[in-house]
Write a protein that binds this ligand. Structure first.
Ligand code: AMP
Length: 220
């Protein structure tokens, strides 16, 4: 199963994508996470990407397409993958189709997670993540067992992403509306988009997601 999870920042793509990938033995390809890793390792790509990320802007299409091409060829992605955060522009979507076609593959599903913008703003400002396993917590709706400590890595303190700061969130939402939302129409026009409500308890969203995917089997 090769799946794209679309949706605005804070809608739950990372949380749901991670769970789907773990439960089915697929690779989770999160482009934001790849860029943050590269930035923390201080690679040239990471340092360049950091400037765009911290400002809430997108990294260039060619860079992202190259990253996903390489990553999706790795062994753990052979049985399937969940793309979280890619594509984010129509040219990225077109490149993804071409890339898969050249391998004799195709996307099996495109899911758009939805939530009202007011909820996204409050979710993003309450979001913290574990720097080790990248699990996301929410101070209000999904807090860790011990304040500011990851349930699985209590030795490290949870951190807030720079781009989740109050001053950057409006820019990210604007970039989403202008550059990424047109992708919904792109896939809808091709009859490939399934929308799933991203609000409510994470467990219910997960059930709805699996229903939309038709309960795929592991490693298919
Ligand atoms: P995310 O973790 O998906 O919210 O991504 C964090 C940031 O990484 C974004 O705000 C962009 O700056 C950058 N980024 C991640 N994925 C992409 C992409 N597919 N195209 C361009 N920029 C991206």
């Amino acid at each position: 199963m090769r799946l794209v999870l679309l949706g605005p920042p804070g809608v739950g793509k990372g949380t749901q994508g991670r769970r789907l990938a773990n439960d089915h033995g697929w690779a989770l390809i999160s482009t934001g996470e790849m860029l943050r890793d590269a930035a923390s390792r201080g690679t040239l790509l990471g340092l360049e990407a950091r400037r765009s990320m911290d400002a809430g802007m997108l990294v260039a299409d060619e860079v992202m397409i190259g990253l996903v091409k390489e990553r999706s060829e790795e062994t753990d992605a052979h049985h399937g993958f969940v793309l979280d955060g890619f594509p984010r522009t129509v040219p990225q979507a077109v490149a993804l189709d071409r890339m898969l076609e050249s391998r004799g593959q195709r996307l099996d599903a495109v899911i758009g997670l939805t939530a009202p913008e007011s909820e996204l703003v409050s979710r993003l400002s309450a979001r913290y993540e574990c720097p080790v396993c990248k699990r996301a917590y929410n101070r209000v709706s999904a807090p860790p067992r011990v304040d500011r400590r990851c349930d699985d890595h209590p030795e490290v303190e949870l951190i807030q992403r720079v781009d989740d700061r109050e001053e950057t969130v409006p820019k990210r939402l604007e970039v989403y509306r202008e550059q990424t939302a047109p992708l919904l129409d792109h896939y809808r026009g091709q009859g490939r988009l399934t929308e799933v409500r991203g609000t409510g308890p994470a467990e219910e969203v997960y059930r709805a997601l699996k229903a939309a995917l038709g309960s795929p089997q592991a490693s298919r």
